[in-house]
Write a protein that binds this ligand. Structure first.
Ligand SMILES: Nc1ncnc2c1ncn2[C@@H]1O[C@H](COP(=O)(O)OP(=O)(O)O)[C@@H](O)[C@H]1O
Ligand SMILES: [Mg+2]
Length: 239
């Protein structure tokens, strides 16, 4: 199986090389755990190091806010966007019921999203896609069965286009997914956690069900820096 570099510093070593190319992974965690950062970092690395264009579908925040937050990091997205190496899709405005000046807009609908993704992938040859988050998509669906079917369809289409895809999922109350989606993410599930100790966030990451791993679950501390997420080895302290 071909692997691609995740771009998350320190992660590929644990994964045995990287993410399986053309597969779909779930990155789950509570609000503020670093899911969007993880996704952007994965795309940014693909563009600047691997020559792989990327697409970021933002359902949770307006793309303008995503761009603003990325300015906290040492990543220059504006030139990448100009060159169509990175495409941001606004899935937020239709959800919020406001108009949008963005170039690419999608309603909260898996079929319409797939159509738009296929069109953009055709144009830009994107090889990495992040959907932030599928919680937003799932909330728009009527039943758990429909959620599973649609997410499975999305992941099958991305796979057929050889796009490595990250779905983020908002965790509440310790559940990886409120919708049972993780059962279908046979390629891999990464859980981001954080808790506060003396007002300092201790962040850690669990890897579940990642193909090529010897262990079912590995837990590692990580920090978020100006260079993005850095995963530490076990003996290193939290930051
Ligand atoms: N430059 C930075 N240095 C350190 N931490 C940062 C930086 N920029 C953002 N963060 C941290 O990253 C967190 C945001 O993570 P984010 O990816 O938006 O989480 P999620 O998408 O899971 O809600 C913020 O709460 C902040 O603590
Ligand atoms: Mg987020």
């Amino acid at each position: 199986m071909e692997l691609v570099e995740s771009g998350i510093i320190g992660l590929d070593r644990i994964l045995g090389g990287g993410f399986p190319k053309g597969r779909t992974l779930l990155v789950a965690g509570p609000a503020g755990s670093g899911k969007s950062t993880f996704g952007i970092q994965f795309l940014y690395h693909g563009i600047v190091s691997g020559g792989e264009s990327g697409i970021f579908v933002s359902f949770d925040e307006h793309p303008e806010h995503v761009r603003e937050e990325i300015r906290n990091f040492k990543w220059d997205l504006s030139s990448l966007e100009k060159d169509n190496l990175l495409v941001l899709i606004d899935g937020f405005s239709p959800r919020a019921g406001v108009s949008s000046e963005e170039r690419y807009i999608t309603p909260v609908d898996v079929d319409e999203l797939i159509t738009l993704l296929v069109e953009i992938i055709d144009k830009t040859s994107a090889e990495r896609v992040v959907i932030d988050s599928i919680t937003a998509l799932a909330l728009s669906m009527a039943s758990e069965q429909q959620i599973r079917r649609q997410i499975l369809k999305l992941s099958a289409v991305m796979s057929s286009l050889e796009c490595t895809t990250i779905l983020t999922s908002e965790m509440r109350g310790g559940e990886v997914s409120r919708f049972g989606v993780e059962e279908f993410m046979s390629q891999g599930v990464i859980v981001l956690n954080y808790e506060y100790h003396n007002n300092v966030a201790k962040r850690s990451l669990n890897i579940r069900k990642m193909r090529g791993l010897k262990h079912e679950m590995i837990e590692r501390p990580f920090s978020i820096t100006q260079n993005g997420i850095i995963v530490h080895s076990e003996e290193q302290f939290y930051h």
